[in-house]
Design a protein around this ligand. Sequence first.
Ligand code: FES
Length: 157
Amino acid sequence: MDGTDLLTIGQLSTRAGIAASAIRFYEQMGLLDLAGRTEANRRLYTRDTLRRLAFIRACQHVGITLDDVKVVLDTLPADRPATPTEWEAISVVWQRKLDEQQQWLDRLRGGLGECIGCGCMSFEACHRLNPADGATRLGHGPRFWKGDSPADVAPAP
Ligand code: FES
């Protein structure tokens, strides 16, 4: 067997542990290529589609959008299984994006009990670190998660 063996959508679904409806959705989004159809008009996929599905699911687990997944999958060849070098090239291209994802995960893991400069003013610390919601002057959203510092919103001396 190699990456060009053909699998029905049912076989693919079972092996990947992903519902057939999700596989059809990924195909409609252009994330997967249909290799053909059986005489009974059932979808057929090459075996290397399993790797693409695992990649798509892993990306979804860490919050990468399917549109972003499509951009990188479109760089892989459609007419043969991608080589390890071609998969490796994706990780190089994505290094910055993955680093950013890691920074957000670190913030979520370590900063939920702290003031994040979001404007809620619901912690006692908010009034000390974000007096009068001064963080709103720096822009929208959780400013301290976005890289601004409470020192940036300190009242003028
Ligand atoms: S946590 Fe929202 S302003 Fe402090």
